[in-house]
Design a protein around this ligand. Structure first.
Ligand code: SF4
Length: 368
């Protein structure tokens, strides 16, 4: 059997970078491989972050490039293959070709535990590989396990078996509480997440140990790994502010595009930023982020414009050329400034709360 590999994908965004730092600080003995999928279209800030991170980790980050023998950037190579058809949320060939396929080639058929930086304040699962040899773990969440593991562990036909792990899980005086909860069958009115949360409320480390015991009976990579898995003891739940703190305290820093920049519109002052890493022309960005790109990185905006031809545009119903007419820019900025005024929490120096709400959508799930 191949050795189980532990990998962490660096997207160039804040969460995966903070996760790498967090795991290194807490569990320095874990042997983690770092990789990053380069589309060839990232902002300079992303490349700077990767450089800083390598210094901090004392390890190199393997850069995965799709179509590595092509004379073009990975994105341009596949764009030509797709006849200039720009990717969109409905046809996201870029994620598949530039991120997923290089990742699956990198890990091959090795059993792999992949650490994913989804935070405790996010409600999404991220990418779950169709390959059973890849298992995702979410160290920032109280529930570190992926949905598929939880579903199998909590299945009603596993109840009796799960009870047999209790003594080895070190549940001590809470044995009765665990027993009672484990014995409750799932039903229409008693869902998986309710049962899981009840178990976690009784004891996180003990619940982790129960799930780990179950995994030992399966082909999941962690079930086949004989080395000690320190995350079983981790009871933390990290949210957005923790991520910024980790990045700042480490000295790696927060990518500059998260920092708020003031702008004026019709006598009012508001501020904007970019909420995501990834390609500078990512179709998931909001209109105000496109305007940020136009005003902060005009050369990149112009490059993004050159991709819009033959009727293809990055946004539905509006081209980049139309977006930067003075009236339209004013309108977008005004709409955005109004939304911002309604946001009550304005504590973060780095990220606009409105943008952050959207951050988890789409684009982030292309970072595995
Ligand atoms: S960042 Fe956006 S454009 Fe780039 S690969 Fe991901 S989804 Fe596609």
């Amino acid at each position: 059997m191949n050795k189980v590999r532990h990998v962490l994908g660096i997207s160039g965004g804040k969460d995966s970078a903070a996760l790498a730092i967090y795991l290194k600080n807490l569990y320095p003995l874990m042997d983690i491989e770092y990789y990053s999928s380069d589309t060839g279209k990232e902002l300079d800030e992303t490349y700077n972050l990767i450089t800083n991170l390598q210094v901090y980790l004392g390890k190199s980050i393997e850069i995965l490039k799709a179509a590595e023998n092509s004379h073009e950037d990975p994105f341009d190579h596949f764009l030509s293959m797709y006849g200039g058809f720009l990717p969109s949320s409905n046809a996201r060939w870029c994620t598949k070709k530039l991120k997923l396929e290089p990742f699956e080639k990198y890990v091959g058929n090795d059993p792999v535990v992949s650490y994913v930086g989804i935070r405790g304040d996010e409600d999404r699962e991220g990418y779950i590989s169709h390959k059973t040899s890849i298992q995702s773990i979410f160290p920032f969440r109280r529930n570190i396990w992926s949905e598929d593991v939880i579903s199998k562990f909590l299945a009603n036909d596993k109840i009796e078996e799960n009870l047999t792990w209790l003594d080895a899980a070190g549940v001590g005086s809470r044995k009765n509480l665990f027993q009672e909860t484990l014995l409750k069958p799932l039903s229409i009115s008693y869902h998986e997440h309710q049962k899981l949360n009840q178990l976690l409320d009784i004891g996180v480390a003990e619940t982790n140990q129960l799930i780990y015991s179950y995994l030992k009976t399966t082909d999941y990579p962690l079930g086949r790994d004989d080395s000690y898995f320190p995350l079983l003891q981790n009871e933390e739940n990290l949210v957005r502010d923790d991520i910024f703190r980790i990045l700042e305290e480490s000295g790696v820093g927060v990518p500059a595009y998260y920092k708020k920049i003031n702008f004026e519109v019709d006598g009012k002052t508001s501020s904007y930023a970019r909420s995501r890493s990834g390609c500078y022309f990512c179709f998931y960005q909001q209109k105000i982020e496109w305007i940020w790109l136009y005003e902060q990185h005009p050369e990149m905006y112009r490059k993004a414009m050159t991709y819009e031809k033959d009727g293809y545009t990055w946004m539905q119903n509006e081209s980049l050329e139309e977006l930067i007419t003075p009236d339209r820019m004013r309108q977008v900025k005004n709409d955005y400034a109004k939304k911002m005024e309604k946001v009550t929490s304005k504590q973060s120096n780095f990220l606009l709360d409105i943008l952050d709400e959207e951050e988890g959508i789409g684009c982030a799930s292309c970072f595995i």
